[in-house]
Design a protein. Sequence first.
Length: 359
Amino acid sequence: MAWIGLRDRHGIGRFAPRGLDAPHNGPLQLKANSLFTRGTIVIECSIDPDHVRQNLFRYAASAPWHSSFRIAIDDDGTLHLMMSMGPSTVAYALPTSLATHKGAATIWYTWDSQNRTGMLAARSCAGDEFSTDLQGPMPLSVLDSDRMFTKSAHTRLGPTTQFCAMANTIEPVGLPASLSGDAIIETTSGPQKVKDIKPGTSIHTANGGRAQVLHVVEQSLPARGRFAPRVIRAPFYGATTNIGFGATQQIELAGSKIEYLFNQEHVLAEIGHLVDDSEIVVDTRNDVVTYFHLLLDQHDVISLSGVRAPTLNPAHFRANPEVIRAGILRDVPIELLPNSTSLDMPHLRNFEALLIPFR
């Protein structure tokens, strides 16, 4: 089990203790007063520097016991998490620079009540990451979790909150995986799907070189907000078939239009900035999506069903030790990360990427 609760601003509210993507959820089998001793809450919201202060998610109930859960953001970007259950209360704060970035922000609360540890973390639309360790975090009961996601009378999403989701496991925070498992990649043994790649596989890079896969990331996420698949329709952007990516995945762009607009032969752009509901569309048909990513012995661009996309950048993780400890590479010792540098290509900003699709 992993993702068990989901509420979005379009009115969808689900709680499925067996998993949102389980084929048969059936009736609730857990006692209402039992606790999820480990878990993750993730929230996505839109930040406007002119109107920052708000409650992002709020839950309150008075029976059969008093309980509350609230995540809010101040004008200076400080995040606040406040919880109560019966007579017990906890409050945490995380200073961030989210107030200076206009766009989507993702916030995580993870807890391991048995070990009395947890984390409050955030990632801005610009990729800036923030986190703080929590001592003695409070778990959520089954009843409170159910009502948080299915009872509108107890729960309020903030005016810019896109969704809130819950897992009964401690999920990675920070940069998410973003490659489709069905994307085809050329290996020295022939074409394979990304989901079938194993560490040690030798693959062809997009420019004809070779690289070895050191680690394969597999991550399930709620299919909402920036986690929802962005489907590139063939033949746009070189795709040989319709293929989905996470919004944060960058792709390499080239051609006369790129040279004319940016005076560069090659640039990188986030797929989420290229969505135009024609060449690239958002898919929210499912509640959960599973992505993959590849860490190679050298940071490079690979071809995924014809779309040129960079692999995981080791430099990002080396520069952020907390990302290693709690992120998608938490199973990889930092000593094993290659010393590759970032790709020598400009990274387009949101307003620059908007010029590319034929809208």
